[in-house]
Design a protein around this ligand. Structure first.
Ligand SMILES: [Zn+2]
Length: 236
């Protein structure tokens, strides 16, 4: 019977290992998603700056065209000033010339500001593009590693499952059913007894009961948690 208890314990160990490996395997798609999101976020940052830069360029070009037009009007009005026939016409032209000169001056100031803004944005874009390239490289490596990890986990799970089947083949149907029933309810079906306690639920067991478990002539279960109990020294 001691051998059966040892096998049940081993079954539990491998079973727990598989559960842990499966959990790791399930985490991989989440990690892949995070990796994709990191790249996407960096791409969005670049795109935002590009859009802003484009808007500023369009605005600058529009302003330049306006200034050009105003300059032409100004030249025209200055020529007309020389041939103005009435005082009224003359002062109207002067007023327009004044306004045009003012508008050109203002537009030139704005152009200086927008050139500076465009320069800053271009620098920022360059930085963010560099960052994006680094992030892409990093996340590509990360995803390759995840893929490799996934393959390794799958192999390991397969191996452990084969091991479980091998252990299970030495146990009877009723022993396996007992194991599975407890495992379903408790997560793990076997616990060791150490220092007079069930290590599954940390309940102190009666000394006579501990003696029975030490002898291991049959399968005993913990009254508190229902797990199969094995004497710790039998499986250490
Ligand atoms: Zn217990």
């Amino acid at each position: 019977m001691k051998e059966v208890l040892r096998r049940l314990y081993k079954l539990q160990m491998v079973d727990s290992d598989i559960a842990l490996l499966k959990k790791k395997l399930m985490d991989i798609p989440k990690k892949e998603h995070i990796s994709d999101e990191n790249v996407k976020t960096a791409e969005e940052v670049v795109k935002e700056i590009e859009t802003e830069l484009q808007k500023k360029e369009i605005l600058r070009e529009k302003r330049e065209r306006e200034v050009q037009e105003t300059r032409m009007n100004l030249a025209k009005h200055k020529t007309q000033l020389l041939t103005a026939k009435t005082n009224r016409e003359y002062s109207a032209l002067l007023k327009e010339i004044g306004e045009e000169e003012e508008s050109i001056e203002k537009a030139e100031e704005e152009t200086i500001t927008s050139i500076m803004e465009i320069e800053n944005l271009s620098k920022k874009l360059e930085e963010k593009n560099k960052e994006l390239a680094e992030i892409r490289k990093r996340e590509t490596t990360e995803k390759e590693n995840l893929k490799k990890m996934q393959q390794e986990l799958e192999v390991e799970i397969k191996q452990k499952t084969a091991k479980m089947e091998e252990i299970a083949s030495h146990l009877s149907i009723s022993q396996l059913m007992t194991y599975e029933r407890i495992q379903k309810g408790r997560g793990n079906a076997v616990a060791t007894v150490k220092d007079g306690m069930c290590t599954g639920c940390n309940t102190l067991l009666p000394p006579q009961f501990v003696t029975l478990i030490r002898r291991g002539n049959k399968i005993y279960t913990c009254e508190e948690c229902g797990r199969i109990l094995v004497w710790h020294k039998d499986v250490e």
